[in-house]
Ligand binder design. Structure first.
Ligand code: CTP
Ligand code: MG
Length: 229
């Protein structure tokens, strides 16, 4: 079947606080989104790309897209809305058991070997899988005043990263279910979990950081430099 690659890039980057959305900020001389798309294309050259962009986006340049076969979709209010827009856009062409791989535009440091490893797992897993990293720090649950209520055991606690991949029909139904229920979610796995399934966590590199705050750009430059050496 076809492999669909959805890249949500329609966010505003509120926490970054820059004048441009963070996916367009320069990282090692090129926009973040250009790095992300290049890495995805190196590992998944056969995929059909669906890029979610804000309808009023004025920064995007098609020259950054290394795919021949790709389409642009208008993003929605939340990340999950943007991904759903993409699923709707490919509905006529996607088969129920086609693989859909979703990767944040804001994760330009994802490694080639992690992308390949995830794809291998996905082709064999009936439910779906995501890159993830075991939590290293001690985790505290706080009250509204930043006072510790208790310590969460970090045993079996993971950071959910992207890509995350699922079969088309399962992901569509899961997202539709959570969007209708109104429960906010920040990744695809949460939606699939809400239907009662348990996606597979695939150990990925911890340097697959999501550019969120200004200092993440500094760290991402270091990661790219270290990976290149
Ligand atoms: N995203 C999207 N559509 C939205 C919101 C987010 O496509 N309505 C994308 C972002 O562009 C990003 C990814 O989803 O690549 C992860 O979201 P996040 O890190 O939250 O990015 P932003 O929403 O842009 O940042 P912030 O939450 O700080 O505003
Ligand atoms: Mg956001």
């Amino acid at each position: 079947g076809t492999i669909w690659l959805i890249v949500p890039a329609a966010g505003r980057g509120t926490r970054m606080g820059a004048t441009q959305p963070k996916q367009y900020l320069p990282l090692a001389g090129r926009p973040v989104l250009a790095h992300t798309l290049e890495r995805l294309c190196q590992a998944y050259p056969e995929a059909c790309l669906c890029l979610c962009l804000d309808a009023r986006d004025s920064w995007f340049d098609t020259a950054w897209v290394p795919y021949d076969d790709w389409r642009r979709v208008d993003g929605g209010d939340e990340r999950s809305d943007s991904v759903m827009q993409a699923l709707e856009a490919i509905a006529d062409d996607a088969d129920d058991d086609d693989l859909v791989i979703v990767h944040d535009a804001a994760r330009p440091c994802v490694s080639h070997s992690d992308l390949l490893h995830l794809k291998t797992v996905l082709t064999q897993d009936p439910i779906g899988a995501l890159l993830a990293a075991p939590v290293a720090d001690t985790m505290k649950r706080a009250d509204d005043h930043s006072r510790i209520r208790y310590t969460e055991s970090r045993e079996r606690l993971w950071h959910a990263l992207t890509p995350q991949g699922f079969r088309y029909r399962l992901l569509y139904e899961a997202l539709q279910y959570v969007l209708r229920s109104g429960v906010p979610i920040t990744d695809e796995a949460s939606a699939v979990e809400a239907l009662g399934y348990s996606p597979q966590l695939v150990v990925g590199r911890r340097d697959n950081l999501k550019i969120t705050h200004p200092d993440d750009l500094v760290m991402a430059e270091l990661v790219l430099a270290a990976q290149a050496s």
